[in-house]
Every structure is written in C-alpha cells, then in structure tokens.
Design a protein around this ligand. Structure first.
Ligand code: ZN
Ligand code: ZN
Length: 229
C-alpha cells in the first residue's frame, strides 16, 4: 500500500522524466495546450461561481471543492470581492516554500527578481510606455544579489541597513520618464525612500531631499524659539 505523499512523489518524478524527453517544439505545444485548458477551466469556474453566489457558495480555484462563502476571505481583488482560493488552500500556499522561500537562498533572490519583473509587466499593461517592450529583459535573481552586494546592503539615499530583506527594487530613471527595465537602471531602496521617491528621477529626488532638509531645519529652529506646550 503506497501512501499519499509517496504517490505524489512518484507522479512528480514520472512527469519530470516525461518532460525531459520532449523536444522544445513539443514543450511549447504542451505549454500552450495546458494554458488553454486552464483558461477554459477558469472561465467555467467564474460562471459557476456567479450562479453559486445566490446559494452563498463558491468553488475554490485550487482544491475545486464547493464551499460556503464564509470559508473564503473577502480581501480578494476579483470581481466578486471574495478570494479565488479557500482559506485552507491559501494558508497552505503561503506556508509553502515556494511562497516564502528560505531567507537569502537562491529561490529567495529569484522571487525578489520575479516581483520586480511582474510589477513591470503590470505597469506596461496599465500605461503605455513607448517601445520599452522591445528592450525588455527580465531581471534575474543573481542580478538582484549583485545589486545588493554592490550597495553593501545599504539603501542608496539613507544608508539604512537592508540585510533584513526589507527593500524594494527601484528604477533610477522611472519607467514613466523613459527609463528602462534593466539592471543598469535599477537600485535597491528601503521601503520609505522608495515611497518618497515615487516617480522622480535620481537627480530630482536628491534635490527634493535637500529641499526637505532646508524646510526641516527651519521648522526645528522655529520650534526651538517658541517651544510648544
Ligand atoms: Zn481550496
Ligand atoms: Zn532609504
């Protein structure tokens, strides 16, 4: 009698062996076929969910079980305001190594790069950015790690230590100002600096900081003269 875990493992190994035998053209064809099937399933599920909404039920996109609406979180960004996955499946995914890879391993850096790339793809869809799609080259995990070591694990503007992994990948010249999505135009910033920088260029942001500093010293000087309370 084979256990469930072992069965899954055997299945996975068989799939790997099967994929290794395919030619690139066959791989591409399989990918497209799978994609069409998944999209078809998704379409079907959405229309089913619309009907099920009247019964206070919903189908999970992962376990495909019909569950009551109370088993779904309401933070979803989909049309029906409920998440696609049921709470049990969501927790399973978030706890998996694929979702939260071990800190600063190869997978972890790859995920950082993946986030930057997917943000970029979303931006392209949302706003028209010239012919930037032609020059698009995905940033890889080692690229991000290279930036991290180049900056000695510090934020470019405020010198904050980034070794806790709380950093964001910023375009030095923003995409909205014809900056490219390439390693030369990227830097790692702490979350606060990235939020402040927003869509300014490096030069603009530096003069903005200087201006803030001037105002701040004036405020402090003023407060020293007339202390509150
Ligand atoms: Zn589920
Ligand atoms: Zn900073």
């Amino acid at each position: 009698m084979i256990g469930k875990e072992q069965k899954l493992k055997l299945n996975r190994e068989r799939n790997v062996r099967y994929r290794a035998k395919l030619t690139p053209a066959q791989k591409q064809a399989k990918y497209l076929k799978d994609r069409v099937r998944l999209l078809e399933q998704r379409k079907q599920r959405i229309s089913q969910n619309d009907v099920l909404l009247t019964e206070d039920k919903r189908i999970c996109s992962r376990c495909f079980k019909k569950k009551s609406l109370s088993e779904f979180s309401t933070k979803g960004i989909c049309k029906s305001k409920y998440t696609d996955m049921c709470d049990i499946c969501r927790i399973k995914i978030y706890k998996s190594e694929a979702y939260t890879p071990i800190f600063m391993t190869e997978t972890w850096w790859r995920k950082k790069a993946y986030c930057a790339n997917s943000c970029f793809m979303q931006r392209i869809k949302r706003i028209k950015i010239g012919n930037i799609t032609n020059t698009f080259k995905k940033v890889s995990g080692p690229d991000v790690l290279q930036l991290y070591t180049k900056q000695s694990a510090k934020c470019v503007y405020c010198d904050k230590d980034l070794s806790d992994g709380m950093f964001q990948i910023d375009h030095i010249t923003p995409l909205s100002k014809q900056g490219t999505h390439s390693i030369e135009n990227l830097q790692l910033l702490c979350i606060e600096c990235n939020r402040l920088k927003h869509t300014t260029t490096d030069t603009e942001f530096r003069s903005l900081l200087k201006d803030y500093y001037r105002r701040l010293s004036q405020v402090i000087e003023h407060e020293d003269k007339e202390p509150h309370g």
